[in-house]
Design a protein around this ligand. Structure first.
Ligand code: PSU
Ligand code: MN
Length: 302
């Protein structure tokens, strides 16, 4: 019923039971400019291969769910205009109507579950936006983590979000939030924040065990692994604070709402930092891909 196609390498990995890491495509279509988006996507896939796992980048192309993108498909998706940004609400509708769309964290988790993949690497998750008490803008990513059994490796949550409220919603939803190798909750472009992470683990093996135990206990949902950006690549939070404030006030003034909010803020921050935000973004996604590959290998060993 669901039209799914696997890339040749994912097909082989499934047959052989090799570790697989899911990757999202909204970061490609809405998170980074062309041509860096395609270069980074290919680089991240290579990082996963170098770490001994197989990458599966997700996207919907003309109504078909692609699990793993062939190089030419990635190239055309990265240049396409007007690609939909798919989440839980519109994923099935896109398949039903022959649509083309990139998968957000929520949709990538759903796709990973359909393909039997347990680990997913990305940059940052969606969360509770600043001013959510007025706008009600809370990403569906948070509720997805509560119900779909995929471990998501991200670099924490961006300072474009209200990070304390994001952590509160994750707690309410029963999502384990695990900082990797430190006590502090990482803040995307910065390795640390002044918020403590609810949980800490220091090895991929622990994270894999916790993933399996949740399922064994009958608890639905996944885990959020918050992996700090390597210290030498980070941007100090105080450098970014005024830029984020400016981007946010422009979004408010222009009435940006709904799905447009996150891409708008990311694009403005890229422009206002003269590309520095993108350099850090690339470093942290690659770092997350490597950790996700280690977790996938541990899960395969269990
Ligand atoms: N946060 C980032 N980079 C991103 C996104 C979020 O730091 O590219 C993307 C992800 O695909 C995430 C989506 O799932 O934005 C969240 O969008 P929204 O806030 O509209 O739920
Ligand atoms: Mn939103």
């Amino acid at each position: 019923m669901i039209d799914i196609t696997y890339s040749a390498e994912v097909e082989t990995a499934r047959a052989k039971g090799l570790p697989i890491v899911a990757l999202e495509s909204t970061i490609i279509t809405h998170g980074m400019p062309y041509p860096q988006n395609v270069e980074v996507a290919a680089q991240v896939e290579d990082d996963i291969r170098a770490a001994g796992a197989v990458p599966a980048t997700m996207a919907v192309i003309k109504g078909v769910l692609h699990v793993g993108l062939e190089a030419d498909t990635l190239q055309s998706l990265g240049q396409a205009e007007g690609v939909a940004k798919l989440s839980r609400a519109d994923f099935a509708a896109s398949l039903a109507t022959g649509g083309t769309g990139a998968t957000t964290v929520a949709a990538t988790m759903i796709a990973a579950r359909l393909a039997g993949i347990s680990v997913f690497a990305t940059g940052g998750i969606g969360g509770v936006h600043k001013g959510a008490e007025q706008s009600f803008d809370i990403s569906a990513d948070l509720m997805e983590l509560a119900q779909t059994p995929v471990t998501v490796v991200a670099a924490g949550a961006k300072a474009i979000l209200d990070v304390p409220k994001t952590l509160e919603v994750l707690e309410t939803q029963g999502v384990p939030v695990i900082a990797y190798g430190q006590d502090s909750f990482p803040a995307f472009w910065s390795a640390t924040s002044d918020l403590a992470a609810p949980l800490r683990m220091d090895s991929a093996a622990q994270i894999a065990r916790a993933h399996v135990l949740r399922a064994a206990m009958g608890l639905p949902g996944g885990q959020l692994v918050a992996n700090p950006i390597p210290a030498e690549e980070q941007i100090p939070a105080e450098d970014l604070a005024p830029i984020i404030a400016q981007a946010q006030s422009e979004a408010d003034a222009q009435g940006v709402a709904g799905k447009e909010v996150t891409p708008f803020l990311l694009q403005r921050i890229f422009e206002l930092t003269e590309g520095r935000s993108l350099v850090a973004n690339i470093a942290l996604v690659r770092n997350n891909a490597r950790l996700a590959a280690e977790i996938a290998k541990e899960l395969t060993a269990l």
